[in-house]
Design a protein around this ligand. Structure first.
Ligand code: SAH
Ligand code: MG
Length: 223
């Protein structure tokens, strides 16, 4: 079992949370297994973060949501489960195989009507859905270099009180470091840091960071 929720002081508490929130239900399990089988990288959110996405979506009464980074649809189905009746999730992807596998997974899970996959150029796809906004929730989980771009888009296209969630914002434990293994890694960390900093200090959002294993930055639009 992968540990995806971090409570650094007492590791047993991580086990407690992960055990308590088991098992991964049959639908998510199948999505994960089928995505693996089709050769997608196993980088979907963990079970606890899938629950974060569903529970927040439910709690905030989300009707219109956007996800950047579909992969096999694991997180998309988690968000879709929490949507209000008649709600819609637009999820953006650039790799055709990922979009194809996600389409199958989302159909099997019964969410073809509420989830629309947009494959192709992300800035163009984001522009194409602006008229469907303003949105209630934007989940950012794609190329880390462009995290600040997606955050800016979210700010412009969320309603007041709308929510940004950004995954992997601890940068695999490197977000606080000043030396990096490569310039690519530095670019990734710089993108993530810029999002965190803007969301925490830029005056446009009230923001916290949930100390999940990956780091889940969570802000509410206030201007
Ligand atoms: N949210 C998914 C995991 C996403 S992994 C889940 O938890 O189930 C990141 C995904 O972002 C990959 O599928 C990758 O192909 C996609 N991606 C990379 N660059 C992108 C871009 N510019 N726009 C949209 N998606 C992108
Ligand atoms: Mg992620």
């Amino acid at each position: 079992m992968t540990k995806t929720y971090g409570c650094p002081q007492i590791p047993e508490l991580i086990d407690y949370v992960c055990d308590l929130l088991q098992p991964e239900d049959a639908v998510l399990k199948q999505i994960r297994e089928y995505s693996n089988q089709r050769g997608l990288p196993p980088i979907q959110v963990g079970l606890v973060d899938a629950l974060h996405l569903e529970v927040f979506t439910r709690a905030f009464g989300v009707k219109k949501a956007v996800e950047v980074g579909t992969l096999g649809g694991y997180s998309a189905v988690s968000i879709a489960r929490g949507l209000q009746p008649g709600g819609k999730l637009y999820t953006l992807e650039v790799i055709p195989l990922h979009a194809e596998v996600a389409k199958e997974n989302i159909a099997r899970a019964g969410f073809s009507d509420s989830v629309k996959i947009l494959l192709g150029d992300t800035p163009q796809n984001l522009a194409s859905i602006e008229r469907e906004g303003p949105f209630d929730l934007v989940f950012i989980d794609a190329d880390k270099i462009n995290y600040p771009v997606y955050m800016d888009w979210a700010f412009k296209n969320l309603r007041m009180g709308g929510v940004v969630l950004a995954d992997n914002t601890f940068a695999w434990g490197k977000v606080h470091l000043s030396k990096f293994d490569s310039s690519d890694e530095e670019l990734v960390v710089t993108g993530i840091r810029k999002l965190n900093h803007e969301m925490a200090r830029g005056g446009k959002f009230r923001t916290t960071i949930l100390p999940t294993g990956e780091g889940l930055t969570f802000g509410v639009k206030i201007r």
